[in-house]
Design a protein around this ligand. Sequence first.
Ligand SMILES: CC(C)(COP(=O)(O)OP(=O)(O)OC[C@H]1O[C@@H](n2cnc3c(N)ncnc32)[C@H](O)[C@@H]1OP(=O)(O)O)[C@@H](O)C(=O)NCCC(=O)NCCS
Length: 172
Amino acid sequence: MLVRPTRIEDVPLLLALERSAAQAFRQLPHLAWLADSDVMEQAEHLAFVSEGCSWVAVDDQDQALGFLCASVADDALHIHELSVRQEAQGQGLGRRLLDQARDAARLKGLAWLTLTTFDGVPWNAPFYQRYGFERLAARQLDQRLQAIICGELAHGLSDRCAMRLGIPCRPR
Ligand SMILES: CC(C)(COP(=O)(O)OP(=O)(O)OC[C@H]1O[C@@H](n2cnc3c(N)ncnc32)[C@H](O)[C@@H]1OP(=O)(O)O)[C@@H](O)C(=O)NCCC(=O)NCCS
């Protein structure tokens, strides 16, 4: 399994990939609606690709099984979305994509990886916490993360939390 930068020709596949990943939420009655909700648009993916902050985990046919897209915000690389096809979940692809994002943040000289996610979903905040992310309390949120959480609430997403992972400086 290889992680490589997303190419423009991968983008149409990523819509179905994200929909497949979201089927995981069917296990949770209160969030099952997410399995049928909108996924990212192609234009959004293309913006992350052109920023050089989108990566795919591919199989031996070079088909995307997972993607992570992010953007630079202040002193952080903020993860916008991480999705792995339902049948490929639990095999370490999510972690490999996080490794890629962490390496990219380090190369860019950024201090943090940040994201927002569901606090109580077993494969969301607890997964990121095991990877090394810390949950941020409300008083620790900067304006940017506060605005993201508020926007998510306005879109019907509750039980959200913001998390961050410190990126050690590159040795000189
Ligand atoms: C979250 C996600 C990207 C992780 O990708 P992945 O390839 O499955 O991740 P990995 O195989 O590297 O690790 C999965 C971890 O989650 C745990 N996990 C997976 N499914 C789980 C479940 N249903 N219940 C509990 N834990 C679960 C695994 O045990 C593993 O634990 P570990 O950290 O101790 O190794 C993937 O599950 C996914 O696409 N989920 C649906 C979309 C989503 O929630 N995206 C995140 C948005 S913030």
